[in-house]
Design a protein around this ligand. Sequence first.
Ligand code: BDR
Ligand code: CA
Length: 311
Amino acid sequence: PRKIIIDTDPGQDDAVAILLALASPQEIEVLGLTCVAGNVPLALTALNARKVCELAGKPEVKVFAGCDRPLGRALVTAEHVHGKTGLDGPDLPVPQMPLQDQHAVDFIIDTLRAAPPKTVTLCPLGPLTNIAMAFEKAPDIVERVQEIVLMGGAYFEVGNITPAAEFNIYVDPQAAHIVFSSGAPLVVMPLDVTHKALVTTPRNEAFRALGTPAGVAVAQMTDFFERFDKEKYGSAGAPLHDPCVTAYLLAPEIFSGRHINVEIETASELTLGMTVADWWRVTDRAPNALFIGDLDADAFFSLLTERLARL
Ligand code: BDR
Ligand code: CA
């Protein structure tokens, strides 16, 4: 199986991404979950990550707490989308499993140094603070990364937290800049693709019909998560942003995109955190990312439902 570290700020869609990975041990080995402040403050993301592991029946997964604020600015959170707990919807029990003592950034560094080069993939689902901190603290690990597959940014779909920026990148643009200019191989799931991974009513009913704790909880999470997008964008269902990352590891053939240059705006007040994606290749800046634009949504939801059934 492919070894991964999931860096996350759960978040209902983070939770579904984690469940998908934990349901797929033949293809994916989750070395650890590293938590970051994002959708809600760090104490809650670290709590929610453990709730999700226990929901999956995997209390042995190592969960680490990382950075509690972005590199150079105050934390912006998204309770307006995810609810006060960050994981509103299901009523999950207080987790019994421990939080690891080690700092998430040190876990990322040690894991990459201990593993053979290019055998560990990083899967960031939140602001890129932990990853950037690890790269700054231990630049030698950058070339040891197999690939970074992350959720963040937008191009045609522009912004969901400001008119120009997607939430994960906006929260810590400085960290995003460090990661996007690091030279590590990058696959990016922007809003352009995640806004096509919509939980319509029949898809939601398919989760609930699994009748398992995980299936029912995912149905409740996506029910809650949907309210915001429906009101705001009139969208046909909740976009499952973060699960695009773990689904890509399982079935890359259902996604398509372009190898292009993507730069992060870190200075402008108006467009802070914008992912300036050279989709039409109008510059001669070297490509640094596979920027995904489309997916086969039916294949994505069949895969997700079939895997959740295994938990
Ligand atoms: C991203 O922001 C968060 O609210 C979601 O969990 C996802 O990672 C979407 O913009
Ligand atoms: Ca997230």
